[in-house]
Design a protein around this ligand. Structure first.
Ligand code: URA
Length: 434
């Protein structure tokens, strides 16, 4: 078999066989196929597409490229969640303890943040001493005992995705639905959970700009999940503004805690109730989304979800006191309010740019090794659809110094767009795909 022939097949709109796809994925992972040939193939796939069987073959071949996690030492069904990436997305911090408090096991692997989106692992490290580097035995034991553990991704999980994604990132081939599906689903399948729910973001701050594109991705993801014998569902959500109000590691933990304490409603809570509802119904633990919602809300009302977060933090070596006293979380030395220069209705808050403001303050990684400041970020005071008067506070910057805060204030003002008339609050949950 020769890679040049496979590239020509795809270039001309043909389909690749299971063996041809495996040859390509394993050959590229082992370094036997050069970057330039794999780049040409990714571009051919982006332009010509792949059918369902090809996408499944690519996904399963990527799963086989490295280690897979066997969660069978954990009793009962295990659930996992994936988001296609968003600014201010602290969903896992709320969703996972809530679902675990309802009795469904969460054995989750999460990533660190790179660039303007933060990772769950970085956020959890706002609890002093919290460690994601626990042994596999400890991971299984924690989930069996308390129902939840969140750890870092092992280095050898789907090495094919690490190489292919890095190549796609620099060759303009990220926005291909079959390539996104195989990238996401290979990691989720290799991580071993029985139930996978997916949050597919849609809008200016996301890969998928329209609901139609997001639906195509959501259907692709759930179909591959089901073909691989997992229970799978997806939610399409709006990313035309950051999720919730806080962007920045410890600030997002604080917001997640206030949702778990029942002090905060809105888009973040709604998303967690929907994703959690899909998990519980797929697990057969609730008859429908309404019944699941009642169970999840009760986990907040009773304090069980908040206690579950504290149990997880402690079981992974962390200090859980900030769960009950959020003022103990890392705090930036400077808080600078940013005021509206005009009156009007907020029509858009560019999510990606707000993420970059947080990164500018030191809250995001420039490269894989760079340290991050857990305390900094942005707390939005106004969201899309809200009226403001000139001089009203739009957001508060949490910064390491006055100078940094003042620089960031200019950048943050540019993220807000206004309209003179009324602006409808966007419907946050666009669709459910099962
Ligand atoms: N997230 C992934 O993990 N992979 C993609 O290809 C796109 C988003």
């Amino acid at each position: 078999m020769r890679m040049t022939d496979l590239i020509a097949v795809k270039r001309d709109g043909g389909r690749l066989s299971t063996e041809q796809i495996d040859f390509m994925v394993q050959g590229y992972t082992r370094g036997e196929i050069p970057d330039y040939q794999m780049s040409a193939m990714c571009m051919a796939i982006l332009l010509r597409g792949m059918d369902e069987q090809e996408t499944l073959d690519m996904t399963m071949s990527m799963v086989r490229s490295g280690e897979t996690i066997d969660l069978s030492p954990i009793q009962g069904l295990k659930a996992d969640k994936h988001s296609t990436g968003g600014v201010g997305d602290k969903t896992s911090l709320v969703l996972c303890p809530m679902v675990a408090a309802c009795g469904l096991k969460i054995a989750k692997m999460s990533g660190r943040g790179l660039g303007h989106t933060g990772g769950t692992i970085d956020k959890l490290e706002s609890f002093p001493g919290f460690s994601v580097d626990i042994s596999e035995e400890q991971f299984f034991e924690n989930v069996n005992k308390i129902g939840i553990a969140i750890i870092g991704q092992t280095a050898d999980l789907v090495p094919a995705d690490k190489k292919i994604y890095a190549l796609r990132d620099v060759t303009g081939t990220v926005p291909s639905i079959p390539l996104i599906v195989s990238s996401i689903m290979s990691k989720k399948l290799a991580s071993g959970s029985d139930i996978i729910v997916l949050d597919v973001k849609c809008g200016s701050g996301a890969f998928m700009k329209t609901v139609d594109q997001a639906r195509e991705l959501a259907q692709g993801l759930t179909r591959i999940g089901r073909l691989a014998k997992r229970r799978c569902a997806a939610v399409i959500t709006d990313m035309d503004q950051p999720l919730g109000h806080a962007v920045g590691n410890a600030l997002e933990v604080k917001e997640a805690i206030s949702v778990l304490r029942g002090e905060k409603e809105g888009d973040l809570l709604e998303l967690c109730l929907t994703l959690g509802g899909l998990m519980l119904t797929e697990a057969g633990m609730a008859a429908d989304l309404e019944a699941a919602r009642a169970l999840l809300l009760e986990s907040i009302r009773s304090g069980a979800a908040l206690r579950k977060l504290a149990e997880m933090v402690e079981a992974q070596g962390g200090d859980s006191r900030p769960v009950f006293q959020p003022e103990l979380l890392p705090k930036a030395p400077v808080q600078l309010p940013v005021y509206a220069g005009r009156s009007g209705t907020v029509s858009r808050i560019q999510a990606e740019k707000v993420g970059l403001v947080s990164m500018h303050l030191g809250g995001g990684r420039v490269d894989k090794e760079s340290p991050i400041d857990l305390s900094v970020g942005v707390v939005l005071e106004k969201k899309v659809g809200e009226r403001v008067q000139a001089g009203d506070c739009l957001a508060v910057l949490h910064a390491p110094s006055q100078a940094k805060a003042e620089e960031a204030a200019e950048l943050l003002k540019a993220c807000f767009e206004f309209s003179d008339g009324e602006v409808e609050k966007p419907s946050f949950i666009k669709e459910i795909v099962r």
